[in-house]
Structures are given as C-alpha cells and as structure tokens.
Design a protein around this ligand. Structure first.
Ligand code: KG4
Ligand code: ZN
Length: 336
C-alpha cells in the first residue's frame, strides 16, 4: 500500500511547530520554534507577542519540517492543524498557514483539538490499547479523559479553577523563578522535604474534579506571611511541599478514575507530564494498568502530537472546509 503523509501545524500558544508523520506512527520530523525567551520577562505568555512570533517563523517551520522529513509537497495526503483550545490570535496564524497550504496544494484539511493532540502523543510509544483513560496536565488544562475507542474523547473530571501547570507557574513567580517554572520547581523539589502543610483539595471525595486555586493561595499566604515576619523559608522544602500536594491529588483522583472506568491503558500527557516526581509516583503507585507517558519532547506543545491525533481523524474521514474557524475554548464532551 502507498505510504500516507500528513503535515501538521501547531500554534495554539507559544510554540510554533510543524511535523510530518508517515502512516500511523512514523514521525519523520517535528520542528519546534519556542518563543519562551520572549515571554520570560513578562512572566507569562503575551498573546499579541505570541501571534507576531508565529507569523515570523511559520513558513520557515513548514519548509524545515518537509526538508527534515525528506518529503516533497507532492507526497503529502493531508494538512492537519490545531483549531482550539488556545489563544485565538495564535491559533489563527497556524490555521491561515494550514488553509493556504491545503488550498494551494489541493489537500484535505484535518481539524485537531489541541488536547487530543497531547493525549495522542502517547501513540509514539507504540500501539495504544482501548478503552483508555488519560490524565492530561498542561499549562491550561487538567482533565481526566475517557477514550472508549480511537478518536472519541469524553471528559470525566477536570479542574474547577487553575490548571496544574498554571499553579506551578504562579507559585514559581512568587518564589522569583523564571517562567515557565514547572521544571525548576520539580528539580528543587527533589532536593527538599515535604514539611510545609499545604491543602490537598477534595482528595477524599469520590468525584473526579480538581481544584488548585486553594493550594496556590495557601502557598502565596505562607510566602507573604514569612516575608512580613522576616522569616526565611527553605526554597527546596517549599517546592517539595507544593509538589507533594499536587501529586497526592493527581494520583488519588487518577486511581479513583481507574476504579470507576475499567480501562486497558492509562495515558499521562501534557506539559506537566514531563514532571519527574509525577513519573516516579506513577511508576510506583499505578499497578492496575500499563501507564504510557510520551517522551519529554512530545509532552510540551509540538506538532508531532497533532499529527498523531490527525492520523485517527484521517482514518475516520473527519475533514474540514476552508472556512474552519478557530475555537479558543474548544472542549471535549463530558460523559453524561
Ligand atoms: O502542554 P504545555 O507545553 O502547554 C500548554 O498547552 O499549556 O504545558 C506547559 C506547562 C507549563 O505550565 C510548565 O510550567 C509545565 O507545563 N511544566 C512542568 C514541567 N515541565 C513543564 N510542570 C511541572 N513539572 C515539570 N517538569
Ligand atoms: Zn498544550
């Protein structure tokens, strides 16, 4: 059978990325242009700055991805693009590029949900066994997703307020760490002790909802009180205590979800899935099912993951017209 090639484009936040996937799972290239240095001094992503950067590099990324993959435009079978959730201005840049490319080369357009992308990055590790459950943890989302079969995603639990990555970045800012702070907090946590008593919201409750804003406030209060009293807090211990509180809740809710949804695989994905502490605890504490976590490079935003999700959509014949619009708050359905 003839090989199938999908070109995928991701620009929903502060990474411009283009990938080429051969057939179901051969990632031939995955070019990622990060803007993180530009946003660092603002302590977070500035939407207008993000859009401008995407415009500057998107065509170069497309050329690079094709070159690195050793693929000609004429070899391609489809163009995939993230159409939400994300920053509207950022999404629109990738979408304009994808539509123009699809139109000029007479290729079908595949719309991809960014969170389906995070989840399907796990496909890089090998064939996935369904039904599966996914814990998706990123800068904008924290959700448990039930996937009965390829391409069908149902939210069974999510955060009521802050996302995990957002909480990491906010407490990082309070501690004077640079954005995004997740990785540094993770490293510091490994050198400290869990000795500041932070709340584990709703950990005992049977539902699968999360809340991290109380933890964030508790952290900020402790920090401010200590500052006012001139007390010195131990940075490593602060990080260890914060991370322990986060991981206790993530693990507890994931275990509850596995009880409620008997599945064959647990996928853990999204930027925060890069967390070493989380990986260690999953390995130790999840014994019910095999756990699949994408490689570090596929945890953060990238177009490779969009290509994996697009491959499923392609097989199911899900294509979009060229009037496809960006959906900044695009969400999976909840399971009712
Ligand atoms: O998935 P992602 O790249 O972008 C979004 O779609 O949001 O996730 C970025 C988030 C940031 O909040 C960053 O601090 C967090 O992932 N992150 C981590 C780690 N590496 C990245 N959080 C905790 N531990 C890490 N090692
Ligand atoms: Zn993401």
């Amino acid at each position: 059978m003839k090989d199938r090639y999908i070109l995928a484009i991701e620009s929903s936040c502060d990474e411009t990325s283009v990938a080429v996937l051969r057939n179901e799972a051969e990632l031939l290239s995955n070019v990622i242009a990060s803007q993180v240095e530009s946003h660092k001094r603002f302590g977070g992503v500035v939407p207008e700055v993000a859009s401008r950067h995407h415009v500057e590099v998107i065509t170069v990324c497309i050329d690079e991805a094709l070159k690195e993959a050793g693929v000609e435009t004429s070899d391609l079978d489809a163009v995939a693009v993230t159409y939400g959730p994300g920053l509207v201005g950022a999404l629109l840049v990738g979408m304009a590029a994808a539509k123009a490319f699809a139109w000029a080369n007479n290729l079908p357009l595949i719309p991809v949900n960014h969170m389906a992308g995070h989840l399907m990055a796990a496909r890089d590790e090998g064939e996935l066994t369904y039904p599966l459950l996914a814990l998706l943890v990123s800068g904008g989302h924290t959700e448990l997703v039930y996937v009965p079969k390829p391409g069908e995603y149902h939210i069974v639990g999510e955060t009521r307020d802050d996302a995990v990555g957002e909480a990491y970045d906010k407490v990082g800012r309070v501690m004077g760490l640079s954005y995004p702070a997740g990785r540094e907090i993770d490293e510091l946590a490994h050198k400290g002790q869990d000795r500041y008593d932070f709340p584990r919201a709703m950990i005992k409750e049977d539902h699968l909802e999360f809340s991290f804003s109380g933890l964030k406030s508790a952290f900020i209060n402790l920090h401010h009180n200590a500052e006012q009293k001139g007390e010195k807090l131990v940075l490593e211990d602060l990080c260890a205590s914060f991370q322990a509180a986060v991981l206790d809740v993530l693990l507890a809710k994931t275990k509850k979800a596995l009880e409620q949804y008997p599945v064959k695989t647990l996928v853990v994905a999204g930027g925060v899935a890069a967390n070493k502490g989380l990986r260690e605890r999953l390995a130790k504490e999840i014994t019910e099912v095999p756990v699949v976590i994408p490689k570090l490079r596929l945890c953060g935003d990238n177009a490779g993951m969009i290509a994996f999700a697009a491959s499923v959509e392609y097989e199911q014949g899900h294509f979009a017209e060229l009037d496809l619009n960006a959906k900044p708050s695009l969400a999976f359905n909840t399971l009712s």
